[in-house]
Design a protein around this ligand. Sequence first.
Ligand SMILES: Nc1ncnc2c1ncn2[C@@H]1O[C@H](COP(=O)(O)OP(=O)(O)O)[C@@H](O)[C@H]1O
Ligand SMILES: [Mg+2]
Length: 253
Amino acid sequence: MAVGIKVENLKAWFGKTEALHGITMDVQSGKATAIIGPSGCGKSTFVRCLNRMHETIPDARAEGKVQIGETDIYGNGTSAVQIRRRVGMVFQKPNPFPTMSIYDNVAAGLRLNGVRNGREIETVVERCLRSAALWDEVKDHLKKKSGASLSGGQQQRLCIARALAVEPEVLLMDEPASALDPISTSKIEELIFSLKQNYTVVIVTHNMQQAARVADSTAFFLMGELIELDKTAKIFTTPGDKRTEDYITGRFG
Ligand SMILES: Nc1ncnc2c1ncn2[C@@H]1O[C@H](COP(=O)(O)OP(=O)(O)O)[C@@H](O)[C@H]1O
Ligand SMILES: [Mg+2]
């Protein structure tokens, strides 16, 4: 089930460099929210703070409040592992487990969670590969071909299937299509569009047309600050802030 995200005064550092200066925003449940902004404005840092990936970087830390549904993810008694089970992530560069078969890539998270029933795993693998719009292309060699043998676009859909297998409530995607060809990109976009019915999707993109196509809401970041968050159509037609307007009309970035 999809849940909303509440972010309050989120700050993040790399050593002494403050990458996020206090972000406060709500991410709507069961919708896709795009994060846009010029390179270095803190988009990746922001999404990584939503599943506590930021703290895996040496010398990095975060402060403030992030609530996923009812859970305070930085609260006492909440573990990073617990959170990452509920908040899946897809990166810019597809990162399937290269030597594992397609099947095992999708099954990996389930097995890690202690699922042993072969038939149950099989059902989930098929469902997730179908959700990720990859099933038809791989169903005949699920256990024979490795994750690395697929094309870039297929690998990215495999990573999405892998993320879905553990039934996350939130799906974070950091420029998931920026390394892909146009056909794979449009497949990923269609996929994001359909996934948002069941998941809360946060997608970082530097492609404004892509944000316009897939996202219900769009947040514009600039130098570690949230400048504006609104319905996507509003952001791209009549933004409220001059800086947003300058960015979307291509005056910088
Ligand atoms: N691993 C890192 N170590 C030090 N500084 C970093 C690291 N990653 C990002 N930064 C800095 O943090 C700021 C935000 O970066 P990032 O979140 O990656 O921006 P974006 O994803 O919008 O391009 C930038 O100033 C960037 O140089
Ligand atoms: Mg980035």
